[in-house]
Design a protein around this ligand. Structure first.
Ligand code: FA5
Length: 352
């Protein structure tokens, strides 16, 4: 064996990568490789020597090819091992949680309530938070200086703001932050003719001392159903359906007479909460007061619209959303809702 032959086998075994191996292959077995040259040189040798050398070279060729192939396999295996090592995933590492935004618990509760009434054929509509004295009070049979106004401590607005009425007309008069969702009763009736069933979710404002169950900013859900032959029984049925949808077949409803200027008779109602074994005072309700229908038709007349509320009856209700959300989500203090605290809000966010 010549020196280069031994060197060749040695170099192949030590080749560090596939590229180096390819270079070695070209160097020895390529068209101009050393072995190829030796093969060519055979022709010049005498017969006996040629035979012997020919055999040697063939054996050498086999040895080189074998060594190249073996080293190639080794290097490939090594490359694969390295790739697996560097791309390895530790599946036991804790995952990274990606948080999405979430809906506020009041929004969740509001949506649940609207869905309940939608299933009963009600349409959901919304009204402005900035409201006029006329829609919030006067048209609801609560004239200025009437003691009933004290039922709602009001944030009045100073300065000039433009406010649109029910059919886009500009509204005059003193402005306030609505103290309840009831002004939407008037707005809706002015712009529509009965029969209809609506619910009005929305934010309301009262100039009040806050405590664990009272906020200056809170939400109500108003309901209004008007048509021929609507009675108190329909009202009770609606609240009963609400109770069933919220708390199941064990729930019950209770009505007690109470005064609201815009209904007659008026009632406050409570729902039996089976899980907590107590009555939840939810809100007020009653049959739409004839004076409210008259105020609506008078307003329609001023707009040039024909009267639409003669010979119909209707019921209305309005209740607080926060109380129900507090129960639904186990929230002990109403002031958490608008505290803006992330720790509180994060409990309601989604996870992607
Ligand atoms: C009203 O606001 C009437 N508009 C309800 C109504 C509608 C009566 C239609 C008849 C016909 P009241 O002021 O009682 O009523 O408020 C209704 C509900 O809002 C209360 O029962 C309570 O659940 C909730 N509420 C009232 N004040 C607060 C407050 N400061 N914080 C949280 N919730 C309140």
């Amino acid at each position: 064996m010549q020196d280069w032959e031994r060197e060749a086998l040695d170099a192949i075994k030590k080749a560090q990568d596939l590229e180096a191996l390819r270079a070695l292959k070209a160097r020895y077995l390529g068209k101009k490789g050393l072995l190829t040259q030796e093969m060519k040189a055979l022709a010049a040798l005498p017969l006996e020597e040629r035979r012997q050398r020919g055999q040697q070279l063939n054996a050498l060729k086999e040895a080189l090819e074998g060594a190249l192939e073996a080293r190639e396999k080794e290097l490939e295996a090594e490359a694969l091992r390295k790739a697996l090592e560097s791309e390895r995933q530790d599946v036991s590492l804790p995952g990274v949680r990606l948080f999405a935004g979430g809906l506020h618990p009041i929004t969740l509760m509001e949506r649940e309530l609207v869905e309940i009434f939608r299933a009963l054929g009600y349409q959901a509509v919304e009204g402005p938070e900035l409201e006029s004295e006329f829609f919030n009070f006067d048209a609801l049979n609560i004239p200025e200086h009437h003691p009933a106004r004290d039922m709602w401590d009001t944030f009045w607005l100073e300065g000039a703001f433009r406010l649109q009425g029910p059919v886009g007309e500009e509204v005059e008069g003193k402005l306030l932050l609505r103290t309840h969702t009831s002004p939407m009763q008037i707005r809706y009736m002015v712009a529509h003719t009965p029969p209809f069933r609506i619910v009005v979710p929305g934010r309301v404002f009262r100039f009040e001392q806050t405590d664990a169950t009272h906020e200056a900013v809170f939400h109500q859900l108003e309901g209004l159903v008007v048509g021929e032959g609507i009675t108190m029984a329909h009202l009770k049925g609606a609240i009963y359906e609400l109770a069933q949808a919220l708390y199941g077949p064990e729930s019950r409803v209770r009505f007690q007479p109470v005064y609201f200027p815009f209904v007659e008779p008026g009632a406050q109602f409570a729902i039996w909460w089976p899980e907590g074994r107590k009555w939840l005072e939810l809100g007020g309700a009653g049959m739409v007061h004839p004076k409210v229908f008259q105020a609506v038709d008078a307003y329609r007349k001023a707009l040039g619209l024909p009267p639409a509320y003669e010979g119909v009856t209707g019921f209305a209700f309005g209740f607080g959303v926060e109380r129900l959300a507090m129960l639904r989500y186990g929230i002990p203090d109403i002031r958490y809702f608008f505290s803006g605290r992330l720790k509180f809000l994060e409990q309601f966010r989604g996870v992607l």
